[in-house]
Write a protein that binds this ligand. Structure first.
Ligand code: HEC
Ligand code: HEC
Ligand code: HEC
Ligand code: HEC
Ligand code: HEC
Ligand code: HEC
Ligand code: HEC
Length: 351
């Protein structure tokens, strides 16, 4: 996995924005930054006091190349009421480092490595180094598919630890979990009632914010049929976007197609999508993984439930649907009307 967390003294190029340009949101200097987090969507900055790191008050929006305020506001995470409203009283140890490092130590606050190191998915490695056989290391591919997917869900989910607080401290990650153990003994996915829009979920149960891939995926028919996150992603790195094994459409069609029992039905792909070959409207991900989950401001990541969100759900429950995510100049009623004319579509499900 990518290097998210870096020490700017060792990697001066880690800081993306130009800190010599003044900005009213930025009240810190380069020398205050002990660690830098993030390189894809957003970059956050941390200062060190004693053994702890604390977030500074501005973050860099990489997409728009602008500064934004950084402060976790009320009603945007379960732990907010349990911490004072001051970044300098919200250490990264309990709130972040359990997902952005290896072996965060609850007593010393030290880590053995920053970022998503091998041991986060393969378990402790010292026995394997001493005696490198298959038996001395966890390979997620040889776990059952639920435990295998849990190696990813430990970080790619919004949830709460079962044990809280631990010695008076509230952690926002599954303390004590290791690959191969049952994540459910340590972690509970954020709860949701159908019909309620919350900071984590849309009313229909689809993720509303980032880091909801696990919460989403467990709702999919693919999950219950034994597909794992690494059926589609190779976290050791690939040349494709989002570490996909193959470009998205190529990959989907390895298991799907008009003649596949996995669907979709219809004589051809175009008959299913009702958009011409080569059109963005013919790409699986654009209807089954719409970009509707907030990473930062208007920068979104893709849903991982894989379900088609019908335009009627937008009208009823304000959940953005796939059609109008592209056809922004049209109404959900227009999309419903179009769908009504598409062959093989169940009016009971999509209208
Ligand atoms: C984010 C999770 C994750 C991280 C981090 C990770 N791996 Fe893996 N690794 C997996 C998964 C999942 C599999 C099984 C599926 C696959 O091969 O992609 C795997 C498989 C492997 C395999 C077996 C490949 C095979 O052909 O059977 C090796 C060897 C391996 N990893 C080594 C490493 C090493 C060394 C590191 C650190 C540099 C590392 N992994 C980091 C998740 C991870
Ligand atoms: C220890 C926490 C952790 C674990 C375990 C983990 N991830 Fe991640 N993952 C992250 C973080 C943090 C990022 C953001 C990386 C960045 O900013 O470069 C990320 C990013 C990703 C990305 C996007 C990368 C990109 O370049 O767009 C994919 C895909 C992904 N993870 C898949 C997986 C899969 C699949 C597994 C399980 C085999 C897994 N992750 C396990 C923490 C984790
Ligand atoms: C339960 C695990 C978990 C916790 C806790 C967590 N993160 Fe993350 N973080 C992730 C994963 C996984 C991703 C990438 C996936 C996504 O954002 O959808 C990510 C993404 C990020 C990114 C964006 C990376 C990029 O390249 O754009 C930043 C910055 C970040 N986290 C900072 C923090 C900070 C600061 C905290 C504490 C206040 C924190 N994280 C707490 C798991 C976690
Ligand atoms: C059926 C295939 C498939 C499965 C299963 C799957 N993903 Fe993805 N994932 C994708 C595709 C496709 C993209 C979007 C790539 C793009 O935008 O081009 C993606 C994107 C991502 C991203 C980058 C953020 C974004 O939306 O752009 C992360 C992180 C991620 N997946 C994590 C996971 C995790 C964790 C799991 C398991 C809980 C998982 N994925 C399961 C296909 C899959
Ligand atoms: C490794 C094989 C595999 C890959 C790759 C794969 N799928 Fe699937 N998919 C399945 C299986 C198996 C099912 C369950 C079929 C059934 O219900 O009988 C399924 C079901 C689905 C469904 C039904 C709805 C649901 O709840 O999941 C959709 C939609 C879907 N896949 C979309 C996609 C998309 C989009 C991609 C590419 C990003 C993709 N699939 C990649 C195997 C795969
Ligand atoms: C233009 C939008 C659109 C695109 C693009 C699209 N789908 Fe669909 N898909 C739908 C709709 C609408 C449904 C019906 C949803 C329902 O019944 O709940 C559906 C249903 C499905 C189903 C489940 C029902 C079935 O027929 O078995 C699967 C599997 C599926 N699509 C796979 C794919 C794959 C794979 C691709 C890419 C080749 C794709 N879809 C591209 C709109 C789309
Ligand atoms: C990723 C973007 C995208 C998505 C998602 C998408 N479309 Fe389209 N759609 C297009 C494009 C682009 C065209 C123009 C056709 C072409 O490519 O030649 C189009 C054309 C159409 C047309 C015919 C042209 C017109 O304006 O009268 C209809 C009807 C339509 N789409 C309905 C839908 C419906 C309904 C959905 C959801 C099930 C949907 N589209 C999802 C991009 C999209």
């Amino acid at each position: 996995m990518a290097n998210v967390v870096r020490d700017p003294k060792e990697h001066p190029d880690a800081i993306l924005p130009d800190l010599t340009k003044p900005d009213p949101l930025v009240k810190f200097k380069k020398d205050d930054i002990a660690l830098v987090y993030g390189s894809i969507w957003k970059q956050r900055y941390f200062t060190k006091v004693g053994n702890d790191y604390f977030p500074l008050g501005a973050q860099w929006d990489i997409t728009h190349q602008i500064w934004r305020n950084y402060f976790v506001a009320n009603n945007t995470d379960w732990w907010v009421p349990l911490y004072p409203a001051d970044n300098m009283k919200r250490p990264t140890g309990p709130l972040c480092d359990g997902c952005h490092s290896v072996n965060y130590n609850l007593q010393t606050h030290a880590v053995t490595e920053w970022n998503v190191g091998c041991e986060r998915c393969h378990g402790p490695g010292s026995d394997h180094v001493a005696k490198p056989t298959r038996a001395t290391i966890v390979n997620p591919a040889r776990l059952d598919t639920v435990a295998a997917t849990d190696t990813c869900i430990q970080c790619h989910s919004q949830g709460q630890p079962l044990q809280k607080p631990i010695n008076g401290v509230y952690y926002d990650w599954p303390v004590g979990y290791e690959p191969g153990k049952n994540l459910r003994d340590f972690w509970q996915l954020e709860e949701h009632k159908i019909g309620e829009t919350t900071f984590t979920h849309f009313a229909d149960g689809t993720g509303h914010k980032n880091r909801m891939q696990g919460n989403d995926f467990v709702q999919s028919a693919m999950y219950s049929h034994g597909i794992t996150c690494f059926s589609c992603h190779d976290v050791h790195g690939t040349d494709n976007r989002a570490q996909l094994l193959k470009p998205a459409n190529v990959m989907c069609l390895e298991c799907h197609g008009p003649n596949s029992p996995n669907g979709p039905r219809g004589a051809t792909i175009e008959a299913h999508t009702q958009h011409p070959a080569g059109s963005a409207g013919n790409e699986c991900v654009n209807c089954h993984m719409p970009k509707i989950e907030t990473q930062l401001a208007d920068v979104n990541v893709r849903a991982h439930t894989f379900k088609f969100i019908p335009p009627s759900v937008t009208v009823q429950d304000k959940v953005p649907n796939a059609c109008n995510t592209c056809h922004t100049d049209k109404t959900p009623a227009w999309a419903s009307e179009a769908l009504r004319k598409w062959p093989g579509r169940s009016p009971w499900r999509v209208e």
